[in-house]
Design a protein around this ligand. Structure first.
Ligand SMILES: Cc1cc2nc3c(=O)[nH]c(=O)nc-3n(C[C@H](O)[C@H](O)[C@H](O)COP(=O)(O)OP(=O)(O)OC[C@H]3O[C@@H](n4cnc5c(N)ncnc54)[C@H](O)[C@@H]3O)c2cc1C
Length: 416
């Protein structure tokens, strides 16, 4: 019998990250239980843009971030907005965000993201094949569009950073853009194309397929809301609303909700929701072949299994504030400008909570002062991308096949 089988692991949260962790742990032979009050993949992992952006190794806070985004933060229609009532709450997070934008720290973060994202497209493709939905992960590349050279120059720091970290990037002129994506407006005259990037064609269905495959391999899925957890008899006691669960190990993978579950254990983390939106159009009247980013509006347009998804924007405001319909409408307006033939026929609107730490790195690995407690949350804008390797790393480390040192850069100790 596999010796890991005697180790029982409770994974808290069945988003794309918790599901990849649970699936990988089961493959290593662990006995695994996943607890979530909601259907697997139904929160932030439901409505994202599905891009597997392994080349997105530049953190959100680049040198000069204060100058480039200060005005934006105050404008309700801008791609990055903090409503007045939330400023006091957001201020400490924003302070850390700006403080992480030093050239040296940016290089360190890019190195850490490169490590986490290496092989993400291939590993997602392998996973999709293994669980019986090979067509759900595709490698189409990703196109970032600019109106002119001055706009591209402003982003050149992050493109150079990507190139330094081995990401393949090609500069395209207006003709090459039209050859690749005829539906794009001629207002966009320059682009950066990353041919090696991938995409999930239906994020919710993909999460569901991982959950189903995990269930078939013996992972126990429990519908319950975790209230608290505590060390108990050499392992962990996890108290849900319905009942109490015991296990040797716990992996916290509850996305943006992880911080409130860890706080009673004395772990205070600067984890904020960056609320993002999508408009999904079933019959858009145009076709595009790959995820497109309108860089000036920070808007993604992504072809999906059932239509076109337009997504993006960052809104602070926490977990309780209702969605702001205007932000989703602004996405539609930007997409119509970039794709003039687009028909916004009866779009559906969605808002989700990206779990974001100020340095754009997730929290991964063991909590040294609480043996048996592991973290896998805070993947921010790139949780689909990072999920597959997060799962593999945690499973391999717990199976003693990967050294724990690999987690040092992502440890929650960096906030203490
Ligand atoms: C508009 C938008 C576009 C995006 N586009 C992309 C993209 O193109 N590419 C990319 O890589 N990423 C993208 N992301 C980011 C990505 O969606 C997230 O990083 C990812 O979904 C986070 O996954 P998660 O499993 O950590 O969190 P979630 O999917 O939110 O899962 C957390 C789970 O924890 C559960 N939970 C909460 N509280 C408890 C509790 N007390 N007990 C038990 N369970 C609990 C929740 O019910 C939930 O199921 C996008 C996000 C948004 C909003």
């Amino acid at each position: 019998m596999n010796s890991n089988a005697s180790q029982h692991v409770t994974v808290i949260g069945a988003g794309i990250v918790g599901l990849c962790v649970a699936y990988a742990l089961r493959k290593e032979g662990f006995a695994v239980r996943v607890i979530d009050p909601e259907e697997p993949g139904s929160q932030c992992s439901f409505g994202n843009a599905g891009a597997i952006s392994a080349g997105s190794v530049a953190p959100l806070a680049m040198p000069g971030i204060l100058k480039s985004s200060a005005k934006m933060l105050l404008e309700a229609d801008s791609p990055l907005y903090v409503p007045p009532h939330y400023w006091l709450r957001a201020a400490p997070w924003l302070w850390r965000f700006v403080a992480s934008a030093t050239p040296q720290r940016v290089e360190e973060i890019a190195t850490a993201l490169t490590d986490l994202f290496t092989g993400a497209v291939e590993n997602h493709r392998a996973l999709a094949k293994e669980i019986g939905c090979p067509d759900r992960v595709v490698q189409t590349g990703q196109l970032h569009l600019y109106r002119n050279a001055a706009a591209l120059d402003k982003d050149m720091g992050s493109w150079r950073l990507r190139e330094r970290h081995g990401v393949k990037c090609e500069r395209l002129d207006a003709k090459a853009i039209r050859d690749l994506e005829p539906a794009v407006s001629s207002d966009y005259t320059l682009a950066m194309f990353m041919p090696e990037q991938g995409a999930v064609t239906n994020p919710f269905a993909y999460a569901h397929a991982i959950a189903e495959a995990a269930r078939q391999r013996g992972v126990d899925f429990v519908r319950d809301r975790v209230r608290m957890l505590a060390p108990h008899a050499g392992g962990w006691k996890v108290q849900g609303v319905e009942r109490t669960y015991q296990s040797n190990l716990v992996v916290m993978a509850a996305g943006v909700w992880s911080a409130e579950l860890l706080r009673p254990l004395g772990l205070r983390l600067p984890l904020e929701s960056q609320r993002g939106y999508h408009l999904h159009v079933a019959s858009p009247n145009i076709a595009i072949g790959r995820p497109i980013v309108f860089a000036d509006r920070k808007v993604f347009a992504v072809p999906m299994e059932h239509g076109l998804r337009i997504s993006g924007t960052v809104e602070f405001g926490g977990l309780e504030m209702p969605p702001t319909a205007r932000r989703a409408e602004a996405l539609g307006e930007a997409a119509v400008q970039g794709l003039p033939g687009l028909a916004l026929n009866a779009p559906t609107m969605w808002m989700g909570h990206r779990p974001c730490l100020p340095d754009s790195l997730p929290v991964l690995g063991p909590v040294s002062r609480l043996p048996g407690l592991w973290c896998a949350f805070g993947h921010g804008h790139l949780g689909v991308t990072g999920s597959v390797n997060t799962g593999r790393w945690i499973a391999q480390a717990l199976a003693n096949k990967m050294p724990l040192e690999r987690f040092v850069r992502y440890s929650l100790a960096r906030f203490y």
